[in-house]
Each structure stands twice: as structure tokens, then as C-alpha cells.
Design a protein around this ligand. Structure first.
Ligand code: FES
Length: 249
């Protein structure tokens, strides 16, 4: 396959940045999107040019590191698919592909296509855990949890923290991410003692990090590679309100 790539290049966080055009003629339809970028970088290195910086780690759809906006859509054209799991057969020979970083005030560009998502770490540090001592791993059936609740907890826990929800939202809201972090503990007994306080602390940190508010555009749900439903945002809002009414306890 032959492709024309328009790629965002930005040397430093303070650089204005620009789109750079590349022609690639040896693309296999069986390559992943990141492997296609590897091939481009091999060419650039042979030519003595600076390779394109982009984030990746597991390349298996589980770590949340890959983070590209492809032709205007976070993670590209395939539903429920991370950039690393997207294959070039999703494109046609001769296509032009625009590749940009996840853009948001709270995700400043570090270089080219890499962005700083440590704001998500700080949100998690504000309470995305349980403080109770749960001891060693208990027997599977020692703490029965109803199937409906267990399924909801697992649905929320599927969040890989990639930030596609933020990149897709016109307000750069992180509410789907935050609600998933709150939701996976809110549906388990271990998450109950700190439930309301957790919602208050995570939402306050999200606001302080500069993310916008949810206006029900549903763009986050549409691009989430783990198909986390927006219902978790409603649950988070209920927990947050409950904490405010209890005076933040
Ligand atoms: S590189 Fe880990 S999810 Fe894509």
C-alpha cells in the first residue's frame, strides 16, 4: 500500500508545531498502525532525520499508552480499538492519513505525538484506591458479590487510562475516565468506606488539573476503546453530590 501521512511535528513543548507530509510506499495491510510508524521512522533514521516520537508500550490494547488522533478520531476509525490494535487494512491504498496527538490543556505535548498524561496519575493518587487493609488474596468465594454488581465493577475496571475520552470531548472533559476509576470501586464492598470522599477528591483534582465539564456530547463513549458507558458519569455525580451534602466526609 502507498500512503500519504500528514504528521504533527513539534520539537519541544513550547514549539508552535506544524503538520509534516511523508510518503510511504511499503506498507503491508497486516501491519499495525504503530508498526507502520516504525517503518516510517526506519526510513527517517536512514535519511539522518529525526524520527517521529509517539507513545506505546504493550501494543496489545491493555496499557493505554498509545494515543493518536487519526483522521480526526481518537484511536482512529475502528470502534473499540486502541491505536496499537488498529491495522493498516482499515485504510485503502493511496489514502491520506492525518496523525495528531491527543489534544487537551491538561495533556501538554511533550514532543511530536507524545503528550504528558501525568494529570491522570495525580487524579488516581487523590483516591483511586482503597485504604483498608484487605490482607492476603482471599478465597474467590469468601466475599460473595452479586453478578450484576461484579459485572459493573469489571466494566469500569476495563478503563486503561488512555485519555481518548479527553481527546474526543469538545470540553476536554475527563469525566468518563474519573467516573470509571470511581465506579470500579463503588460497586465492590471494599470501596464503600471511602466512596463519597473518593468521588469528592477525584473530581476536585480533575477540576484543578484543568479538564472541562461533561456536556453530554457522548464523544467519550464513542471513542473509548473499552466501550465504557457514560452511565458511570451519572453514578459519579450522585456520589459527588452525596459527599458534598455530608460535608465532604
Ligand atoms: S500500546 Fe498499550 S494499549 Fe496501545
Amino acid at each position: 500500500m502507498k500512503l500519504t501521512l500528514n504528521i504533527w511535528r513539534q520539537k519541544t513543548p513550547s514549539d508552535a508545531g506544524h503538520m509534516e507530509r511523508h510518503e510511504l510506499s511499503d506498507v503491508s495491510p497486516d501491519m499495525s498502525f504503530l508498526e507502520m510508524l516504525d517503518v516510517l521512522n526506519e526510513h527517517l533514521q536512514v535519511e539522518g532525520k529525526d524520527p517521529v516520537a509517539f507513545d506505546h508500550d504493550c501494543r496489545e490494547g491493555i496499557c493505554g499508552m498509545c494515543s493518536l488522533v487519526i483522521n480526526g478520531t481518537a484511536h482512529g476509525p475502528m470502534k473499540a480499538t486502541t491505536t496499537c490494535q488498529l491495522h493498516m487494512r482499515s485504510f485503502k491504498d493511496g489514502d491520506t492519513v492525518d496523525i495528531e496527538p491527543f489534544r487537551a490543556k491538561a495533556f501538554p505535548v511533550v514532543k511530536d505525538l507524545t503528550v504528558d498524561r501525568s494529570s491522570f496519575d495525580r487524579i488516581n493518587e487523590a483516591g483511586g484506591f482503597v485504604s483498608v487493609n484487605t490482607g492476603g488474596a482471599p478465597d474467590a468465594n469468601a466475599l460473595p458479590i452479586g453478578k450484576v454488581e461484579a459485572d459493573k465493577a469489571m466494566d469500569a475496571a476495563a478503563c486503561i487510562g488512555c485519555g481518548a475520552c479527553v481527546a474526543a470531548c469538545p470540553n476536554a472533559s475527563a469525566m468518563l475516565f474519573v467516573s470509571a476509576k470511581i465506579g470500579h470501586l463503588a460497586h465492590l464492598p471494599q470501596g464503600q468506606p471511602e466512596r463519597a470522599r473518593r468521588a469528592l477528591n477525584l473530581v476536585s483534582t480533575m477540576d484543578a488539573e484543568g479538564f472541562g465539564n461533561c456536556r453530554n456530547y457522548y464523544e467519550c463513549e464513542a471513542v473509548c476503546p473499552k466501550e465504557i458507558p457514560i452511565d458511570f458519569i451519572a453514578e459519579m455525580n450522585r456520589d459527588w453530590r452525596s459527599s458534598v451534602l455530608k460535608g465532604g466526609s
